[in-house]
Design a protein around this ligand. Sequence first.
Ligand SMILES: Cc1ncc(COP(=O)(O)O)c(C=O)c1O
Length: 390
Amino acid sequence: MAKRDFTNTGINTRLAHVGNDPRDFHGFVNPPVVHASTVLFPDAATMAGRAQKYTYGTRGTPTTDALAAAIDSLEGSAGTIMVPSGLAAVTVPLLAFLSAGDHALIVDSVYGPTRHFADTMLKRLGIEIQYYDPHVGGGIAALMKPNTKVVFTESPGSNTFEMQDIPAIAKAAHAGGAVVMMDNTWATPLYFKPLDHGVDISIHAATKYPAGHSDVLLGTVSANAACWERLHEGFLTLGACPAPDDVYQVLRGLRTMGVRLERHEQSTLEIARWLEKQPGVARVLHPGLESHPGHMLWKRDFCGSSGIFSVVLDGGGQSQAHAFLDALEIFGLGYSWGGYESLAVHVYLGDRTIAKGPYEGPLIRLQIGLEDVEDIKNDIARGLKAASAV
Ligand SMILES: Cc1ncc(COP(=O)(O)O)c(C=O)c1O
């Protein structure tokens, strides 16, 4: 059989085959799940020089190599680390690239726990944190300081889904000597490839679409050639390696991620468009909709949309939001997203300083699962009816 080369194949072919080569492990199509701390060396000289591919469980195994190779192929990255959660995929690169006395710019619509990490641990370590408007674009140049070392982006923003002009931000950040990081969990590398748009470090909560079944926590961080060594060194120093079964489950999830995402995308767009016309709805925050202020940016840079967005109720507050949520039968009330099942959350914006509205009423974030669209619509209609009855 000829050597396998998936560089020019379609995305679903790549998802089905990249990572491990079955011929490296007796022809079994899936890689072995290597449970490891100790790795033996054949002699003292090899041990002293660490002169073999694998040396200790925290430093990589055939299982982590398989997932890293698969993600590198999707991201176009020089290297990928895996960490035990999506949140660790945020904290590890920030710790690897920031030092006391540095300044970091973080988008105001960032994932809440990223903000908490910055406001607590990073500040305690002597790092100055400044939040910026997600619509800043190239105007971020005016916020750069001589000690700005990291610009942290997330597009669309968590819960409020503002689009950022990533190429313009990256250009200005690089001109000021900063490293650009992006939490790209919403789009996955199938719908946006950060490194092709000037980002240096692409971050994913693989817990979401890559794992896909609401049962695994994992984070991946992929770097370009310029940033890989420092990221990798920081990862090894912190010892934040994931469990092999979780790494295996995410590689397993990747094999079907393309088809799952297509379904999430189609159902979500249909429901978002339908919601725009429902009584009791003020706005729908989904960048794939023509009505979204960031739609043109999304169209320019992204090649798809996933299954999570927010709906703004037309007036009311917490009691309307709770009535909506409590009337749902198919949607679960739960955090996270990217799994097979629909979920709803009342969005909290109390920690925002810039990207906080005003909105006409409460925001409900919906993750659209793989259920039948008519059933999901009927469930949302139940929620809207209950909210309007308050
Ligand atoms: C945008 C984003 N980034 C990171 C994370 C963190 O992922 P995890 O739940 O695996 O820690 C989440 C989780 O909801 C998220 O929404």
